[in-house]
Design a protein around this ligand. Structure first.
Ligand code: ZN
Ligand code: ZN
Ligand code: ZN
Length: 124
């Protein structure tokens, strides 16, 4: 019945993503406004990630852990996978060969796009 109403993902109160009370860092508990800075440099700006809501400082810690834990294969994958943190970029079909900065860990890496080889024939 209430499908079109957003609820706080923590306490279930009617809210957009999170109510004011739950708008805080899941790591350190910092309570503040969500600041979307163009540079993304603010330490205390809370951001909503797939892992939860975190301040920049706490999210950096999470990313560090991802980088430590990741040792997967990033060759010939269906999507672009960051070789540092393992972040998979969905819908990578438009990605070209070249340098790329990971959305999650913000490290630079190199993408080599593999083109599948096909053949066409026509009568001459
Ligand atoms: Zn709440
Ligand atoms: Zn925090
Ligand atoms: Zn990454």
């Amino acid at each position: 019945m209430s499908r079109d109403i957003n609820h706080c993902e923590v306490c279930g109160k009617e809210a957009f993503v999170r109510c004011d009370d739950c708008t805080k860092c899941d790591g350190c508990g910092y309570h503040g406004e969500i600041i979307e800075s163009p540079t993304g440099k603010e330490l205390h700006g809370l951001c909503h990630y797939s892992e939860g809501m975190f301040c920049k400082k706490c999210y950096k810690k999470i990313v560090k852990q991802y980088i430590k834990d990741f040792d997967g294969d990033t060759s010939y994958t269906d999507n672009v996978v960051c070789p540092y943190c393992g972040y998979e970029s969905k819908d990578s079909s438009d990605f070209e060969t070249g340098d790329f900065v990971c959305y999650r860990c913000e490290k630079k890496f190199y993408i080599e796009r593999d083109e599948r080889v096909t053949f066409s024939t026509s009568k001459v």
